[in-house]
Design a protein around this ligand. Structure first.
Ligand SMILES: *Cc1c(COP(=O)(O)O)cnc(C)c1O
Length: 246
């Protein structure tokens, strides 16, 4: 990446960051909360470490990667001291080991198999990992997440696994252009969040409701999100390099 391109990306980020912080504050106040009640987590897939570090120097405090390989590549270069790193993508059981000492939270726990292996590795490393349970709120085939009707039972099963702590819920609702429909998914999540919180289950801390991305984070906040995961609106459209097969 050339000097010029990098400085342009820094400037773009600064402008976007300011605007998004304002939009978050507005949506938070609209739902009777404060900007500080909402965590902005930057989804940094495809974003180079230099750009992420600049974002951190501007005050960004949470980042999320969604591919293990990419996270490992950027990890040594990231200013981790000033930023909380989480994992937000689909995760294969055999890759958990790479994340154990690197992330503070895994947002995509959706199977007993994943939770059990995570628990085993956390015990081995004598650490505790926060997890969010991903909910397949749109009941979409081919999408990760626990089915809504299985959610409470699932949480009840994983909550006592040593080494992990359930800290909330995460969802990626179906892509839909109808705001009312989208709102129903977000409000559905909020309802599960409140219901589970109300059960006061041991080792379950319903602190984080992670939902809303670039196109819909304000709506998600209006519906109760406590964390939004924003990528392209902060860093610009993603350019995917074609995968090289060696
Ligand atoms: C990429 C990604 C986001 C952010 O998407 P944008 O539309 O770019 O804001 C949020 N959540 C997850 C799980 C992602 O993979």
């Amino acid at each position: 990446m050339t000097e010029k391109l990098l400085s342009e990306r820094f400037a773009d980020f600064e402008e976007n960051y300011k605007r998004i912080q304002e939009q978050i504050a507005e949506a938070a106040e609209g739902s009777g909360r404060k900007a500080a009640d909402i965590t902005l987590l930057a989804a940094t897939k495809t974003v180079p470490a230099e750009v992420i570090n600049h974002a951190i120097s501007m005050g960004l405090s949470h980042i999320g990667e969604n591919r293990v390989q990419e996270l490992l590549e950027k990890y040594p270069a990231l200013d981790r001291e000033h930023c909380d790193l989480q994992f937000i993508g689909q995760l294969q059981t055999n890759k958990i080991k790479y994340l154990i000492d690197k992330v503070s939270c895994i947002q995509s726990i959706d199977s007993m198999k994943l939770a059990t292996e995570l628990s085993r590795l956390c015990q081995k490393e004598a650490r505790r990992m926060d997890v969010l349970v991903e909910v397949n709120i749109g009941r979409e085939e081919n999408k990760g997440g626990v089915a809504p009707e299985a959610l409470i039972e699932f949480i009840d099963e994983i909550r006592l696994l040593p080494g992990i702590r359930v800290n909330g819920l995460m969802a990626v609702p179906p892509i839909c252009s109808d705001t009312k429909e989208l709102c129903r998914y977000f409000l559905g999540m909020k309802q599960y969040f409140v219901d589970i919180k109300g059960k006061s289950m041991d080792n379950v801390n319903m602190d984080c409701l992670s939902m809303g991305m670039s196109s819909d984070f304000a709506l998600a906040i209006s519906c109760g999100a406590t964390m939004v995961r924003v990528g392209s609106s902060l860093f610009g459209a993603r350019e995917y390099k074609p995968k090289l097969t060696l």
